[in-house]
Structures are given as C-alpha cells and as structure tokens.
Design a protein around this ligand. Sequence first.
Ligand code: SF4
Ligand code: SF4
Length: 56
Amino acid sequence: MAYIISDDCISCGACAAECPVSAISEGDGKYVIDADTCVECGACAGVCPVSAPSAE
Ligand code: SF4
Ligand code: SF4
C-alpha cells in the first residue's frame, strides 16, 4: 500500500524534495502522494515535521 499524507500537512514541501520517485506534489491545501508511483520507502515520513505521511 502506498503512503498517504494526512490533513496535518502544513505544505512545507520537505517530503517532495526527499521522494526518490517524485511521487509527491502540492495539492489543494496539503501535499499529496501519487499511489501508483510511491515505492513505500518511508523517506517522506522521516523528514515531515508534523508526521503527516503514513503507510495506509
Ligand atoms: Fe515517495 Fe517514499 Fe514517500 Fe512513497 S514513501 S511518497 S516513494 S518518499
Ligand atoms: Fe506536508 Fe509533511 Fe510533506 Fe511538509 S513534509 S509538505 S508537512 S507532508
């Protein structure tokens, strides 16, 4: 299962910069992960200041 970003996201962009497959983009009010692209590496969760990304 791909990672998902919760509503806790403050749109800092740190996760998008760390994603090795560029699966993260800025969405409406928060960043979003493309489930078909995510390889579940966990890098986004590791850099997020508010722990918004998590495995489904
Ligand atoms: Fe990108 Fe890895 Fe986060 Fe998936 S888990 S969105 S591949 S950084
Ligand atoms: Fe949102 Fe966390 Fe990504 Fe920053 S690192 S854009 S707060 S999910």
